[in-house]
Structures are given as structure tokens and as C-alpha cells.
Design a protein around this ligand. Sequence first.
Ligand SMILES: Cc1cc2nc3c(=O)[nH]c(=O)nc-3n(C[C@H](O)[C@H](O)[C@H](O)COP(=O)(O)O)c2cc1C
Length: 375
Amino acid sequence: MGIYATGRPRQPIAIEELERQAREVLPREAYDYLAGGAGSEDTMWANRAAFQRWRLVPRFLRNVAQRDLSVEVLGQRLSTPFLLAPIGVQSILHKEAELAVARAAASLGVGMVLSTLSSFPLEQVAEAMGNVPHWFQLYWPGHPELAASFLHRAERAGFGAIVVTLDTYFLSWRERDLQNAYLPFLQAQGLANYFTDPVFRAALAAPPEKDPVAAVTLFSRVYSNPGLTWADLAFLRQHTRLPILLKGILDPDDARRAVDAGVAGIIVSNHGGRQLDGAIAALDALPAVVEAVAGQTTVLFDSGIRRAADLLKAVALGARAVLLGRPYCYGLAVNGEAGVREFLQNFLADLDLTLGLAGRASFAEVNRDCLVPGP
Ligand SMILES: Cc1cc2nc3c(=O)[nH]c(=O)nc-3n(C[C@H](O)[C@H](O)[C@H](O)COP(=O)(O)O)c2cc1C
């Protein structure tokens, strides 16, 4: 009952209201970049609809007086069953960007995955995370020495894993951004990891501070390599000892290939409906992927999680943990570090109550028995 006696919240509790406030405070193009998706945005909506097709079935008289929100991922105990998803170029939402997010997350023991396209260099964000788990998301550059340099820097800075995002070798057809003629990277935002990288800098005639246009041109040339194949994963192996996870897997055959490639984990995700318009809802893809890997690799999940009940459903369908995406960014836009922190505190409180009300004391007890298909 205590949470009802803590006074009026500083920001909306309901995520839909928080999003509405973010829309009010952000420039139109920044809000559209954050909230929008690919093409018709049909996949973005499908992600949400998929959660409604599963219903939780609570159990009673099972002693849920103490709840444990921790889970084990990659041999490490995380104090929460979620990490923050990699979201690029947070400087368009708040000037303290990823540093504000890292401070808020670290203060609550919540792990974070940092995007390659961050507004502050990875070393600075790692420092803000301290001992709280932080992983580095790699947009695998088409320039092999640059890819190796990113991996070495992440390892040296203390990141605990590399998350290779597979689904963004082209930026998709995003109608809102095209209409706004907006792509923050072209304005040299979100490129801190490139601009501070020795390999990237060595490839330029003048440093990015002197000639940002040439630096942005080089970035757009080296950002990705659509020619990569499964065989190329060996390159990453050669350049890092960190566990590797593949983000964006939706097909059971791809999941089996990931197992064959020996990766530590996969993240079932459709990038929040921002890449392939019409793609399968991530939650709809999850059960078949979990079945295909048969426990041989860790399965994580993102795309569409807004409340604790969504998280419970994803774990019940076989995800070990999940990533939270847009919601924490709405907190960042509205109130900076304090906004992220308040969103996370609310999410954690919701999670603790929802787990207990489902009749489970820990996530080890959350499985298919918690769910039935909805109407
Ligand atoms: C504005 C924005 C930027 C993103 N940038 C990245 C990124 O840099 N790297 C990445 O792997 N995923 C990125 N994603 C995808 C997220 O990691 C995650 O998959 C997605 O937000 C999940 O969907 P949800 O926010 O609807 O829950 C981005 C998503 C958004 C909304």
C-alpha cells in the first residue's frame, strides 16, 4: 500500500501519458524519430496487439510474501529481468543523453545496452555505469579495422557483452522521417564513437571537429555492410573474448544457425517495428525460436514491452530477460535523468506487484503454465 502514500508523481504513471508529454516537449522531428516505425507502422502496432492475445492466469495460496526479481543471464545474476535497449542518438531527446540514462539505470542496478550510435563515447558511458552490467551494441561497420577497434574499445572499457544488431544494414523506409527530411546522423549527432575512434580519425584528411561534413560522409560509407554472411561471424570471434549476442532474430532457422555459430545469446526483436514493415510481431516469433534453440543458447526479447504484464508474458513464452526500449526514452525527454529514474522505479514497482499477483515469487517460476491464449 506504501506506493499509494508517496504523494503525487512528478510525471505520468501511464506510459501513454508519458509519451504524450514527450510529444509536447520534443521538437516534432525528434518525437517522430523516437515514436515512429517503418512504412505503414503496421509491425509496430502488431507488436502491441500480440501481447493482448495472451492472458495471464493467476495462482493463489503459494506464499508470495517475498519476491525476487533477479534472473541469471550469461552466467551473471542481473538484479532485474530487463536491461535498457540500445537506442541511438539520445542527444535529440535530452542534452545529457546516454549519460543521464546510464546514471539513472546504475542508481537502480538496472543494466544497459549502449548503442554504437551514442551521443557520448562508449568509455564515458561505461564509467557512468560503474559495476552495473553494461553491454555494447555493435552496428557492424563495413570497415573491418573500425569494427575491430570498436570491439577492442568496448572490451577495454569494461562492457560485458557485444550485441550485434542484424536487422539494420539499411535504414528502412521511415515515412515520418522522410516527410520531416530528418536523420540526426547527417547533422553529425550520435556519432561520438566514430569521431573519437583512432581508426576512423586516421581515415580522414582533417579531424571531424574541423571538417564534420567529410566525417559524416565517411560515417555513411562505413556504417554497415549488407554483404555480411554467417561465415563472417568468425571475424568478431577473432577480435573479442566477450560473449556475443545476435539481436533481431525472428526465424527459427536463423536461431538454429546462431546456435551453430556458437553465440552466447540471441535477442528476438523486430527493432520495435522500425525496420521491415509488415514483419512478424516479435512476440509471435518468440515461441518457435525458443523451441528451435532448445535451451542451447540464451534467448532474450524486445519490441513492444510497455508494462510489467508484457514482460511476464515474454518470460512465460521462453525469454530469459527482456530489453525495454522507447518507454525510458519518454522519461528522458520529459525529465532527463530524473525522468528515466522515475519511469524505472514505477516499472520495478509494477513488476514486483504483477509477479506476486500472478502467484509467483521469482522468475524461475514464470513459464508457459502462467498463460493461456486469449480470445
Ligand atoms: C529511436 C530508436 C533508436 C534505436 N536505436 C537502436 C540502435 O542504435 N541499435 C539497436 O540495436 N537498436 C536500436 N533501436 C531498437 C531498440 O533497441 C529496440 O529493439 C526497440 O526499441 C524495441 O521496441 P520498443 O521500443 O517498441 O519496445 C532503436 C529504437 C528506437 C525507438
